[in-house]
Write a protein that binds this ligand. Structure first.
Ligand code: SF4
Ligand code: SF4
Ligand code: SF4
Length: 277
């Protein structure tokens, strides 16, 4: 019995241990206690969410989204004034400083997706945290061919920060803070308008978000994936109907339709009548 319980909850414990390794390593190598607090908090929040999910608590994912999303938006972004958006990433990259945004991108959006795919998009992003409250949790209209827009937003962010550097403007840190504030207002506004226009809460994620340029190719190789047990599946199509990202989760190949869009939200798993996922 004891062994069974330990086995059952080993996943959140292992995940917490991974975050603690990152937390302690960064704390000691960068000699900064903030990293211990930051990654311990995020690891605890995610592990708590997985534990609640295992307990079949309906709002487990939403709780993690709020715990991590609000922490990053309010504490890191507004109080500590660290721009964790893509502009902040370019900024720290150009200054050659391996701090805040560069570490965040390396862990959550570039190398982390090799393990947990787009877990960031399902459980931590503060933009999606708000968009997921809107009424269109599953898309009510077919997907549009507008993915090209994300390349434009990606290029605009890069050109914007490059121009600031090349023109040697003063007080760039302050500009970065206001870029974070204004950028978030624009993202939320665009995300809400698109959600209602396309009857799809995640329209912003599908067509506009520049982060997907990093996160989609990496999540193609993700270790953690939803797989379908073909023996159990009765091809009822429910998993596709409830998926917010239009993923064909019944196809186990890495080339499945919209495979790199999966945000690991588990809606398909929860709704499969045959426990095939
Ligand atoms: S696609 Fe962008 S906006 Fe959507 S959840 Fe991922 S990082 Fe957030
Ligand atoms: S919901 Fe389950 S049974 Fe239905 S198609 Fe999807 S995997 Fe198969
Ligand atoms: S419903 Fe399933 S396939 Fe779709 S995003 Fe969520 S976990 Fe991925």
């Amino acid at each position: 019995m004891k062994n069974q319980i330990m086995k059952q909850y080993s996943f959140p414990v292992i995940l917490l241990a991974i975050f603690e390794i990152v937390a302690v390593t960064l704390w000691l190598t960068k000699d900064n206690l903030f990293y211990l607090f930051n990654f311990s908090y995020i690891g605890l929040s995610i592990s708590l969410g997985i534990f609640l999910f295992m307990k079949k608590y309906k709002y487990a994912r939403r709780i993690v989204q709020l715990l991590v999303g609000l922490y990053m938006l309010i504490y890191l972004g507004l109080i500590r004034q660290e721009n964790m958006q893509i502009e902040g990433f370019w900024y720290y990259l150009f200054t050659g400083v391996f701090e805040a945004a560069t570490i965040h991108y390396a862990v959550a959006k570039i190398f982390g997706p090799l393990i947990f795919g787009r877990g960031w998009c399902g459980y931590a992003c503060w933009t999606a945290m708000a968009l997921d409250f809107l009424p269109y949790k599953t898309p009510k209209e077919p997907r549009k061919k507008l993915e090209w827009i994300r390349y434009i937003t990606f290029a605009v962010s890069l050109v914007f920060v490059s121009t600031l550097f090349l023109s040697k403007v003063g007080n760039i840190e302050r500009i970065m803070f206001w870029t974070f504030v204004v950028g978030n207002i624009v993202y939320y506004g665009t995300g809400i308008i698109l959600a209602f226009a396309f009857k799809d809460n995640r329209a912003f994620c599908k067509y506009i978000c520049p982060i997907t340029i990093f996160i989609k190719p990496m999540s193609y190789f993700s270790l953690i994936r939803i797989k379908c047990d073909k023996e159990k599946c009765i091809s009822c199509g429910k998993c596709k109907r409830v998926c917010p990202m239009n993923v064909d989760v019944t196809d186990n190949s890495r080339k499945r339709v919209n495979g790199t869009e999966c945000i690991l939200c588990m809606e398909c798993v929860k709704n499969c009548p045959r426990n095939a996922l």
